[in-house]
Design a protein around this ligand. Sequence first.
Ligand code: ADP
Ligand code: MG
Length: 369
Amino acid sequence: MKTFDDLEVRRPALAQAYLALLGAQPGRPLALFAPRRVGKTFFLDHDLAPQAHKAGMLPVYADLWLHKTAPLEAVNHALEEALDDARVPASSIGKLAKTPVKKIGVLGASIDLGDEPQRRALPEQSALRLDALVTRLAGQHKGQVLLMLDEVQTLGEAQGGVSLIASLRAVLHKRRAEVCAVFTGSSQEGLSRLMNTAGAPMYQFAQIIDFPFLGDEFLQMLAVHFAAVHPGKTLAMDGLRSGFEKIGCKPALMRDVVKAMSAEGLTDVQRGIDNYMASDHQVAIWRALLNSVDAFDQGVLAVIARDQAPLSQSTLQALAAIPGAKPTISKVRSSIEKLKRSGLLSKNAGGTTIDDPLFAEYLRQRGAL
Ligand SMILES: Nc1ncnc2c1ncn2[C@@H]1O[C@H](COP(=O)(O)OP(=O)(O)O)[C@@H](O)[C@H]1O
Ligand SMILES: [Mg+2]
């Protein structure tokens, strides 16, 4: 029997639309933007990669967030692995079979299997290496490579970011027949800084697209499964919708809330969210998150959670209550920058906000500065 954890929404049509867009503008990557944990990586893995495969492309994935200090090396590493996979067949028999036969004796007695395939060494320098790898991989695959770079705003934060981006852009443009690229980004600010800074090499380079949240299809799956587990009980769609929106359209989180409701036989989604937030487990997670930053940063988070202007005089006065703090505008600014980099804060149309709406709610309920 299925569980709540098995419920997955697939979006092949969306993947195909993106591939069509890529095909229509060679050399121009797509940058899919959405907040954290709404399903970008899941989409690359479960929808985009399989559709690209079907279209004869070779999808290659690299998570730049995991390799913040050396993002271009991370891309190269992913390409090298793909090249290894493409070149070295799984069994040694396959490996022999792949080695071109150079000479067959007249009686078929002397068979020379030839040398192991050898290639010139790849360049050391990472930008040149990227260029060589893309070309080789596309040649080996005999088709286009789809480079999927997850959390690409990391490039803008890396040392020497501008020249990294310039290299990437140059390769994607020059090798547009061999490679196309899809980026994702979680930090709107980071991504738009990366793409739109006048004079920066990504300027008007990638096409930025708002990546769509999951919608009714996912919520309906939850409701149908809930009804199957609890005959006679139903979850109302409007309750699910407003709850999903409230938690920032994060599917794994919504699933956890509904699982907890299922355990209690509860059908009121708002109460389900309240209970979830008040659970020991969740409170412990938030407390740990809060304690991962110092007292001053905690104060700044509390201020922002309450929608107070973080740089106002009254905020500075309130922050002065923190033992040892001598708040100044520039201290608050650098705290905000730090909190953005760590993903606790994000910047969107409404200004700087707490990234996770439930964490914001926790901070508001907690009250203290
Ligand atoms: N299409 C989907 N259907 C069901 N669950 C999903 C889907 N997309 C994402 N999820 C759930 O949400 C979690 C977070 O998604 P993820 O792709 O890692 O988010 P992001 O990359 O945007 O931060 C996944 O681990 C998965 O449990
Ligand atoms: Mg992700």
